[in-house]
Design a protein around this ligand. Structure first.
Ligand SMILES: [Cu+2]
Length: 163
């Protein structure tokens, strides 16, 4: 029993040691499986900045795609569209949510079709000089939680919230 307790406190110690680090934490990253022939796929996740300074994501690349863009979906007069962002800012002590109908990563021109169960590497270039790499699973259902703006169409170039 004593051993169990000390292991528990040790893991608490490690968890709190990460707090305040000058880097980002990527939570529940996922890529939406796309139909055959799709020219783009979309990636979603939550990005947490536990530090005291804003961190910008300046560039993203993947060996599995020609290029990766940062997009923001919006809707005007019932027409969904998306705008490319030059960078994404994750503010100090906050979380940026990438989700259908909002910010997302647009993965352009896949080298081949990627299916559920596969993992895709994304490389990030951050304003703090760090270059984290992420292994992101492809999933058929990319909802992290019930979300009415998720119309399930992301990944075939029709990202965005039809309400
Ligand atoms: Cu997009």
């Amino acid at each position: 029993m004593k051993l169990v307790f000390s292991t528990f406190f040790l893991s608490l110690l490690f968890t709190s040691a990460c707090y305040g680090a000058n880097t980002l934490e990527f939570i529940q990253p996922r890529i939406a499986e796309a139909p055959p022939g799709a020219r783009v796929m979309a990636a979603f996740m939550e990005i947490h900045n536990s530090g005291e300074q804003d961190i910008r994501i300046e560039q993203i690349s993947s060996p599995s795609f020609e290029r990766v863009e940062m997009h923001l979906s919006s809707e005007n007069n019932g027409i969904a569209s998306m705008q490319q962002q030059k960078f994404l800012t994750v503010k100090a002590a906050s979380t940026l949510t990438l989700a259908p109908g909002s910010y997302h990563l647009m993965l352009i021109k896949p080298a081949r079709r990627y299916l559920e169960g596969e993992n895709i590497t994304l490389g990030f270039t951050l304003s703090n000089g760090k270059t984290p790499e992420l292994s992101v699973p492809v999933k058929k259902n990319t909802r992290s939680s019930p979300n009415k703006s998720d119309n399930g169409k992301c990944g075939n170039g029709k990202c965005g919230g039809t309400k």
